[in-house]
Ligand binder design. Structure first.
Ligand code: FAE
Length: 533
């Protein structure tokens, strides 16, 4: 069967599971061969690393079960939409919260968050004291909520952060493979110049160029042809209708449109939703047993069960996978795990900030929720910064330029296991954001000076200009070559693997999902060749 026909089969399985409200998503072939509580391979999570791994296992004929704590996002609610937008968030917006927790908390110091019904929504914010981490919850993980920016890191920096990985192979084979499978596309530069919804990006570009800085287009998994038709009013709007961070109803090539239907289409992959893995232990026969909680959409535990597996792949994201192994080490269900588990975590140097523009520099009432441009000063020897020009899609003119800066910072944190809470705790302290703020400040002080503009100090709940208390890019905790070997095999245990952002030591210098995807492609190829019979 051809790849595209398999993918269609997988899409059909996703659609029919959603329509029937099922928590098990599978094609009939996989259903026939899957015993309920044992699977030769289990993949925890359905984000980037997990999706790559499941597809390649499925293609190799390995029956594979994916366990995802979030929901399948494929069924329209009463308003006819799967996801809600940023301007009118409802219970679909956030994971088991009673109030939204938008990263941009205030405007003119007025709280823009709203009360919502507690529900298994799509965006989670996990608070770890001085650091809050935003993550996606659902079939597709972060791909459901993210800004779709698909950036391949600079080779010199990649070589620096992961010196044990063959960069020739990555840039020759695995980055191209990842970009192709993710469906990465580029904006037509001529259209960019005319598209009203990118006025905000053009204004920021002008200000950056006035300061002598370079800008660069950012590849995306949002379909720019679809966006062009949105602008022409030919199709329902998504990026142009303030849809970002709480999901996109159209246009975005999230993993449930790319890797995951392809994986299901192999006939060997099954996804169970609202299944949260809590524990891992090893049996005398060297197979693994996972403790799993089944949740309802209000977050109640409706059942607990054990699922056995011969091969276990951790793809629960930097926070999720690290917590699982920390708990397993410190409660002695996997006592041979080493001291490297929980180390090397970073924020990718994230800092958010806004600038106030002059009256004549309008940024537009309709702003594309999907960024297309970045300010690239990564080669600055003293203060490397890659700043994405972010939208503020409020539906009205605000004269604000917003940015998410990725900075190069030496600051790292580690996780410890808190037995009382049965949870991981992050050691990050408030002062650790300072090097990132300083780097961003150098870039944006210069932009402000040259353009006679100022920072906005009303956006982050108090009067700060730089928001360094959250990250969209959690990385590390189970670093490649430290907590694992150089292919993600967990040190101390065979047949146990890490596939996600926890492998990357705290920084990629760009938005991370292409790196996570490419690394997972590289690792699973080796594991399939050497470990799986
Ligand atoms: P991830 O995608 O986080 O997937 C982990 C999955 O595992 C999730 O579905 C979880 O629900 C699930 N899970 C966790 N714990 C468990 C458990 N115990 N049992 C069962 N399931 C579990 O992992 N990156 C870019 O490159 N470009 C962007 O434009 C961009 N924008 C972003 C915007 C926002 C608002 C956010 C939050 C992130 C953004 N990111 C962006 C980051 C990107 O989405 C993130 O690096 C990847 O999603 C991480 O991929 P992983 O495979 O590590």
């Amino acid at each position: 069967m051809s790849m595209s026909r398999r993918r269609l089969l997988g899409l059909a399985a996703l659609n029919s599971a959603a329509a029937l409200g099922l928590t098990t998503i599978t094609t009939s072939r996989a259903r026939a061969s899957a015993p309920a509580d044992f699977s030769p391979a289990v993949v925890i999570g359905t984000g980037y690393g997990a999706a790559v791994t499941a597809l390649r296992l499925g293609q190799a004929g390995v029956p594979t079960l994916m366990l995802e704590m979030g929901q399948l996002w494929d069924t329209a609610a009463d308003d006819g939409r799967v996801f809600c937008d940023m301007l009118a968030p409802d219970r679909r917006s956030m994971w088991l919260k009673t109030r939204t927790q938008a990263p941009l908390a205030t405007f003119l110091w007025a709280d823009i968050n709203r009360d919502i019904e507690r529900y298994a929504g799509v965006l989670d914010r996990v608070d770890h004291g001085a650091m809050s981490v935003y993550v996606g919850r659902g079939v597709g993980g972060g791909s459901l909520v993210n800004g779709a920016m698909a950036v391949t890191p600079k080779r010199s920096y990649f070589e620096e952060i992961l010196p044990g990985v063959d960069a020739d192979e990555m840039y020759g084979t695995y980055f191209p493979r990842a970009n192709a499978a993710l469906g990465v596309n580029n904006i037509d530069p001529d259209w960019f110049e005319t598209c009203k919804a990118y006025q905000y990006a053009r204004v920021s570009r002008k200000h950056a160029h006035n300061a002598g800085l370079n800008t660069t287009f950012v590849p995306s998994v949002y379909d720019f042809d679809y966006m062009r038709r949105e602008e022409a009013q030919e199709v329902p709007r998504s990026a142009l209708a303030s849809e970002v961070i709480y999901g996109n109803n159209h246009g975005k090539g999230s993993l449930d449109k790319s890797y995951l239907p392809a994986a299901l289409g192999t006939g060997n992959v099954t996804i169970r939703t609202l299944h949260e893995v809590r524990g891992i232990r090893r049996q005398p026969d060297r197979t693994y047993v996972l403790q799993v909680r089944e949740l309802d959409t209000a977050g109640n535990v409706v059942a607990t069960r054990e699922i056995g597996a011969r091969y276990v792949f951790l793809g629960a994201g930097s926070l999720g996978s690290t917590e699982l192994l920390l708990r397993a080490r410190d409660t002695a269900t996997l006592p041979n795990l080493g001291a490297e588990v929980g180390q090397g975590w970073g924020t990718n140097g994230n800092v958010m900030l806004g600038r106030a523009n002059h009256m004549w520099d309008t940024t537009g009432a309709v702003q594309s929720g999907m960024p297309a441009l970045g300010i690239d000063a990564w080669d600055d020897p003293a203060h490397p910064v890659f700043a994405e020009i972010a939208p503020m899609p409020a539906g009205t003119e605000l004269w604000v330029s917003l940015y998410l800066a990725i900075t190069r910072t030496p600051e790292r944190a580690h996780f410890t296991y808190d037995p009382a809470a049965d949870a991981a705790r992050l050691s990050w302290t408030a002062d650790q954001g300072q090097p990132s703020i300083e780097a961003a400040k150098v870039m944006f002080d210069k932009i402000n000076r040259v353009n006679a503009t100022v920072y906005r100090t009303d956006l982050f709940g108090d009067t700060r200009a730089f928001e360094d208390r959250f990250t969209y890019h959690p990385l590390g905790g189970l670093v490649l070559g430290e907590a694992t070997d150089s292919y993600g095999r967990v040190a101390g245990y065979d047949n146990l693997y890490v596939t996600d952002g926890s492998l990357i030591p705290g920084s990629t210098g760009v938005n991370p999902f292409v790196t996570i995807t490419a690394l997972a492609e590289r690792n699973i190829e080796r594991v399939l060749a050497e470990d799986i019979s």
